[in-house]
Design a protein around this ligand. Structure first.
Ligand code: SF4
Length: 373
């Protein structure tokens, strides 16, 4: 089984922290939709497995009309073998969701909404330069929840002005709406973003890692109390509502990434499309895939397994490591993991290497320390 990711590279305005690929000019929207449909057709023989998930990400896919979305979904169905009832997710921003749009989406094949709420407070939203306000955040959930049972929302923590009390209120509002899934990430400063520039010029305060760690502890505690399972460090789902699409990334399944900047994975290779809308459209019009391909070495694949495995509740199977990479690599891994087992940030249970609650906030650093080079 595999998945298809469709990157919709348009946004109304640039959030200060964002380093994804998007354009705030929608002038080329129609050409882009056609190019994405054409890329789907050009690559129809690339995946041998049946499609079980389709994911509209971005950018802001909710800027597309229902006809745009239908065209892309129809193109997938016409050119790929798709299971019955695939998971089809649409990332949506609150300011795009009104009663009419929700009804249109509910009447399409889209069955999962991922709403970029980020915070229910205006000052946080303004700090990040989000296009929506707190009222729109609430309204989007008010209109969406009667039509969709599979809703995930994004929340950002570690914002300098956000007290622990305010963070708890954000979580409580989320629980009150009864959503079945939460993705929650700490605000981070990516190079070349407006946020990085503001902090450098002291227009914005630097981020406080201790505050973020406190928020993360509250997040784990409150989600557990409210029946969510932290199946990946930043993802919390009610039983039966884990993201199938993202889980397939973490479990190493193959996927196709369509659209500018989208990444694809075929087990032994990874490829990515050009991050430029005009160049992407031109190349697809000439029937040339605008992509670069990287052959993954054994070490690359091992490191990826460690990074993704440690972030999930499925951990890293030591039996599989030995089977796929040999006993020497497995012993090296065990050796490198010892100090983390001793300080209770990693543990081994039934031959699976797992991150502990104490280690979760530091997972990426621990994983990187276990890499082979
Ligand atoms: S809406 Fe999403 S993709 Fe667009 S700028 Fe904001 S964070 Fe980035």
């Amino acid at each position: 089984m595999s998945g298809i990711y469709l990157h919709i590279p348009f946004c109304k305005q640039a959030c200060y922290y964002c380093d994804f690929h998007f354009s705030t000019s929608l002038k080329k929207k129609s050409e882009m939709i056609q190019a994405i449909a054409d890329e789907l057709i050009l690559r129809k023989n690339e995946l041998t497995q049946t499609i079980e998930t389709i994911y509209f990400g971005g950018g802001t896919p909710s800027l597309l009309t229902i006809d745009d979305l239908r065209l892309l979904i129809d193109t997938v169905y016409e050119n790929y073998s798709v299971i019955e009832n695939p998971e089809i997710t649409l990332e949506a921003n609150p300011d795009d969701l009104n009663e009419l749009k929700i009804e249109q989406l509910a009447n399409s094949l889209i069955n999962r909404l991922s709403i970029g709420i980020q915070s229910f407070f205006d000052d946080d939203l303004q700090f990040m330069n989000r296009a929506h306000n707190a009222k729109e955040a609430m309204n989007s959930l008010l209109v969406a929840t009667p039509h969709f049972d599979n809703i995930t929302i994004d929340l950002i923590y570690g914002i300098p002005s956000m007290s622990v009390e305010k963070w708890k209120q954000n979580l409580q509002k989320t629980f009150d709406f009864g959503v079945s899934h939460i993705s929650s990430y700490a605000l981070t400063v990516e190079p070349k973003t407006a946020l990085a520039n503001f902090i450098k010029k002291e227009k914005y305060p630097p981020l406080d890692e201790t505050l973020a760690a406190n928020h993360f502890d509250v997040l784990m505690e409150e989600t557990t109390k409210n029946g969510f399972i932290q199946y990946e460090i930043s993802n919390f789902g009610k039983p039966n509502f884990f993201s199938k699409h993202n889980t397939s990334y973490w479990q190493g399944k193959h996927y196709l990434g369509i659209g500018p900047s989208a990444h694809s994975y075929h087990g032994k290779t990874r490829s990515w499309n050009v991050s430029n809308n005009a160049r992407y459209i031109k190349s697809i019009q000439q029937k040339i895939l605008p992509q670069e391909i990287e052959k993954l070495t054994n070490n690359d694949r091992f490191n990826e397994k460690i990074m993704t495995g440690l972030r999930t509740i499925w951990g890293v199977s030591l039996i599989n490591i030995e089977k796929n990479y040999g006993i020497e690599i497995k012993n090296k891994l065990l050796n490198n993991a010892q100090k983390y087992i001793q300080n209770n940030t990693l543990k081994i249970k039934n031959n699976i290497l797992l991150i502990t609650d104490k280690g979760k906030f530091l997972a990426d650093g621990i994983a990187a320390d276990l890499f082979v080079v």
